[in-house]
Write a protein that binds this ligand. Structure first.
Ligand SMILES: C[S@@+](CC[C@H](N)C(=O)[O-])C[C@H]1O[C@@H](n2cnc3c(N)ncnc32)[C@H](O)[C@@H]1O
Length: 355
């Protein structure tokens, strides 16, 4: 679906959008403050009765001036309404306060991206994740992950897991249709998907490939779940293309993984999959392509997430347009056998075989 073909806005709507952009960082910080300082929660708890400014001040123990500027900002943003001095929560306010996806996205934006994004223009010019310097001297966020400050780490994992976790239950029957004996989970992270597979099929063997920090977390989680006997852990820095993959798997699974790499790096990874895979083996790719979304808002979220890759993650990857991505699959010697869109919240699963 092409959402972006025509400019359908009137001039009034366009200038309104332009002001939203001009004040976007303030809109964001004000909304976060209204959420985290308990103002939205207090107004919601008052239900249809609503609260006056004085009542909000009493319930939150905040200075009156601060509450006044925030609730007035909340009116402009559309989180609150006011009628005869009584404030009520809007539907948008409700979602900011209660919607799990919105919370995960907001926390990720604030705790992982916000400070770094100040250097976005530099990242673009240098193809380097200059925003990552906020957290220290790292080449990529993946090397930094096990060492991030706890708030940033928690928000990173919550964001990552929110999207992939929702898709895993739908994926398992598709993956196990072919009764695989051995699956490589490349970029297996903390072992969540590997654990699901080990639980789903008592005979399957799993090998996780990842950086040492993540592999250690995965090992702990799989040991704690009592499945360590059927799990292998293969430390790898996939950016070093002399590092090959273990051979003999029937299925290679890569979820939310290839978007962490540039086009050339994706081709290199897929070529190594080609070498490692059994002759009739299959590569399962689960990705979020912005052009494959049902809703424009989902495409918007992915287009913004791309800039996290530019500024924080690695400087050179993105949430791809499937047309760009599919050329890389072809270049690496694979063809797409099957594709399923709208898996979980926003994923596409591509089943690839050797050409
Ligand atoms: C976005 S996470 C996806 C995790 C998981 N597959 C999921 O669906 O939630 C990407 C994973 O790729 C791993 N990764 C990134 N760069 C890597 C590299 N150079 N070598 C090995 N693994 C890497 C990260 O450590 C992380 O676990």
């Amino acid at each position: 679906m092409n959402f972006f073909e025509k400019d359908t806005k009137t001039a009034i709507e366009a200038i309104k959008s332009a002001q939203w952009i001009a004040f976007a960082p303030i809109v964001f910080q004000a909304s976060l403050a209204l959420r985290d300082l308990g103002i939205l929660e207090a107004v919601e708890a008052a239900k249809t009765e609503g609260l006056t400014l004085d009542q909000i001040v009493k319930k939150t123990n905040l200075p009156e001036y601060g509450v006044r500027v925030l609730v007035e900002a909340g009116l402009g943003i559309g989180l609150l309404t006011v009628n005869k001095g009584v404030y009520h929560l809007t539907k948008t306010g409700y979602f900011i306060l209660n919607d799990a996806m919105t919370k995960v996205n907001m926390d990720f934006t604030q705790d992982v991206c916000y400070e770094g994004m100040f250097t976005l223009q530099e990242s673009i010019k240098k193809t380097k994740p200059t925003g990552l310097e906020v957290f220290g001297k790292w080449k990529t966020v993946y090397e930094a992950l096990a060492h991030l400050p706890s708030k940033a780490q928690k928000s990173w994992f919550a964001f990552d897991h929110f999207y992939s976790d929702g898709s895993f239950p739908q994926v398992l029957p598709i993956l196990f249709k072919h009764k695989p004996k051995h699956i490589l989970d490349i970029g297996g992270n903390t072992g969540k998907f590997t654990l699901k597979c080990l639980g789903y099929d008592p005979n399957v063997k799993m090998t996780i490939l990842d950086l040492p920090g993540q592999l250690n977390m995965a090992k702990k989680n799989i040991e704690a779940a009592g499945h360590i006997d059927r799990a292998n852990f293969h430390e790898i820095n996939i950016l070093d293309d002399s590092q090959k993959f273990p051979k003999g798997a029937d299925i290679i699974w890569m979820s939310q993984f290839l978007d962490c790499f540039s086009e050339d790096e994706i081709v290199s990874i897929l070529k190594r999959c080609h070498e490692a895979l059994n002759e009739n083996g299959m590569v399962y790719i689960m990705e979020t392509f912005w052009d494959r979304q049902r809703f424009k808002t989902a495409a918007f979220s992915l287009q913004m997430t791309s800039l996290y890759f530019t500024n924080i993650a690695n400087g050179n990857s993105q949430m791809y347009d499937s047309a760009v991505f599919n050329k890389l699959i072809d270049k690496a010697g694979f063809k797409i056998l099957e594709e399923t869109d709208n898996v979980g919240i926003s994923h596409t699963i591509q089943v690839c075989v050797k050409k």
